[in-house]
Write a protein that binds this ligand. Structure first.
Ligand code: AHG
Ligand code: MN
Ligand code: MN
Length: 344
């Protein structure tokens, strides 16, 4: 149980928790504290807008396309602006790379010299679910710049996941939660709207070794490799006589599918397909941050062959296949893929 002489009541808010834990943070302690709190504030603003999405004229497509040719929704744009503004104003980050921006943004004013962090972010994940009142999220990665006293450069963003200082996600679900790690376990905070604070609700999250769920867009299955098809067959119980099938669960919001499997146990798969030979999900601001979290919770994240966190990124919007979740299920998926690779 989280305990401290400083706290005499049951509720521990996100700022209190971060302040108390900052002695464990790497590097300049106060900077990361400020950055995580800034992200928390932007998340509350986005959550507020998500909650009233059906009430105001913010639903629907904005009519522009992002760099990857996807239609942008209004809330995507709003969330993008909020997180970038919070980071620019916060005084700790010197740059940000966002799914919604073609190039990274370097805060290149003199004011930002000496700001040690860059952030890669998917401001609104699962945006096709906005209009239908289904859970969506935000995913973020925090890296330290590779050389001090300058503004952000491309190499600061193209660091392997192993170099992450912190990562997290926000889920705008039946409640709003923020889950993050700084490399010392994973903790989850639920937004209490009555006091406007994220409160510690899921301390030291551990993913179950195995679990009841598999999550994949099965509509793509015949366009996936034989190993993936065989693994999904195994999930359905068709390979082991008498085995209980896993349950299929697919929301179509990575954050929501990942969060369920993190808490209950399971595997999320977005493999290479004929249409998307590198998969669909983005390394920097979808796969790496969730890989850091799942490893910290005792789980695994691979591309089917090797850990996601070992990738040396080559570009901001790089895509990778993703197998993430309970370690026994990810290992099983990798067995099938390996068998496919060696069979004639
Ligand atoms: P985003 O809304 O940030 O573009 O991400 C959408 C992603 C991810 O959230 C989800 O798991 C996946 O796309 C769903 O893709 P399919 O519709 O191809 O299954
Ligand atoms: Mn996304
Ligand atoms: Mn997105």
């Amino acid at each position: 149980m989280f305990s401290s002489r400083r706290f005499k009541r049951d509720i521990v808010t996100l700022p209190e928790f971060i302040l108390e834990r900052q002695k464990d943070f790497p590097y300049a302690k106060g900077d990361l504290t400020t950055l995580l709190n800034d992200i928390g504030v932007a998340a509350k603003i986005v959550s507020r807008e998500v909650r009233k999405a059906g009430l105001v004229n913010i639903l629907g497509e904005m009519g522009t396309e992002n760099v990857q040719g996807e239609r942008q929704k209004k809330l995507d744009v709003f969330a993008d602006q909020q997180f970038i503004a919070a980071l620019r104003q916060g005084g700790v980050a010197c740059g940000v790379a966002s799914e919604e921006q073609d190039e990274f943004i370097a805060f290149d004013d003199q004011l930002y010299l000496g700001h040690p962090y860059v952030v890669a972010i998917d401001p609104l994940d699962g945006s096709s679910n906005i209009d239908v009142n289904v859970s969506i999220g935000t995913i973020f990665s925090i890296y330290r710049i590779t050389e001090s006293n300058r503004t952000a450069k491309i190499e600061d963003f193209l660091q392997p996941g192993r170099e992450l200082v912190a990562a997290g996600y926000v889920i705008y679900g039946s409640s709003t939660m923020l889950v993050f790690t700084t490399g010392r376990g994973v903790n989850g905070f639920t937004l209490d709207p009555s006091i406007g604070e994220f409160c510690l609700s899921h301390e030291n999250i551990r993913i179950p070794e195995t679990g009841p769920f598999y999550s994949i867009n099965e509509g793509n299955l015949r366009d996936c490799g034989q190993g993936v098809q065989d693994f999904i067959g195994w999930c359905k119980g068709s390979n082991d006589e008498g085995a209980t099938p896993l349950s299929g669960r697919y929301i179509g919001s990575l954050v929501a599918d990942f969060h369920r499997n993190l808490i209950k146990g399971g595997i999320y798969v977005y493999p290479a397909t004929k249409k998307a030979p590198l998969g669909k999900l983005r390394l920097l601001y979808e796969c790496n941050p969730l890989a850091f979290i799942v490893e910290q919770a005792g789980g695994m994240a691979t591309d089917g062959h090797r850990p996601i966190m070992d990738y040396q990124p080559r570009e901001l919007h790089q895509r990778v296949p993703l197998f993430i979740g309970s370690p026994k299920l990810v290992n099983k998926a990798m067995e099938f893929i390996l068998t496919e690779a060696v069979s004639p």
